[in-house]
Design a protein around this ligand. Structure first.
Ligand SMILES: *[C@@H]1O[C@H](CO)[C@@H](O)[C@H](O)[C@H]1NC(C)=O
Ligand SMILES: *[C@@H]1O[C@H](CO)[C@@H](O)[C@H](O)[C@H]1NC(C)=O
Ligand SMILES: *[C@@H]1O[C@H](CO)[C@@H](O)[C@H](O)[C@H]1NC(C)=O
Length: 119
């Protein structure tokens, strides 16, 4: 009986962490921070495969003088099928960031990347 409850709890915890995994943030927001980048990343599902999208800030040919305070990734599917974000390089404390979004198997990507810089 006790072990059955334990298994249920583990399943609930696992589901919760999957649901939370697709919207993440790195760094901390200070009220004086300024939105310096925003992009909606949309990719259609690939049959029997994963989709992957990389976001590079600043975009090539652009220059960014502000130190990044926080990076937000919002999953717009909001149904636990969202892409898994990773910070590959840079981010808070740097003036650049490389972010990767990897979809779930057979799913697309609909995520928003927001980057705030220090004033
Ligand atoms: C927010 O940023 C301003 C300007 O850089 C700084 O003066 C202030 O101490 C910061 N506040 C917090 C709570 O970190
Ligand atoms: C992405 O998500 C937003 C918010 O749910 C929705 O309005 C938009 O139509 C979606 N776009 C695609 C291509 O699925
Ligand atoms: C979540 O929404 C997306 C876009 O509408 C869809 O492709 C996906 O199959 C949905 N996932 C679930 C578990 O319903």
């Amino acid at each position: 009986m006790k072990s059955a409850i334990g298994v249920v709890l583990i399943c609930v915890t696992a589901l919760a962490s999957v649901a939370l995994a697709s919207s993440v943030s790195w760094g901390y927001r200070n009220g004086t921070d300024i939105l310096i980048y925003k992009e909606n990343v949309i990719r259609f599902p690939l049959k029997n495969d994963y989709q992957s999208a990389s976001v590079y800030f600043p975009e090539s040919g652009h220059f960014n003088a502000r130190t990044i305070a926080v990076v937000y990734i919002y999953d717009r599917f909001t149904n636990s099928s969202g892409a898994q974000p990773s910070l590959w390089a840079g981010g808070p404390g740097y003036r650049f960031a490389s972010i990767n979004l990897k979809s779930l198997y057979n799913k697309g990507i609909n995520s928003t990347v927001e980057i705030y810089g220090k004033k």
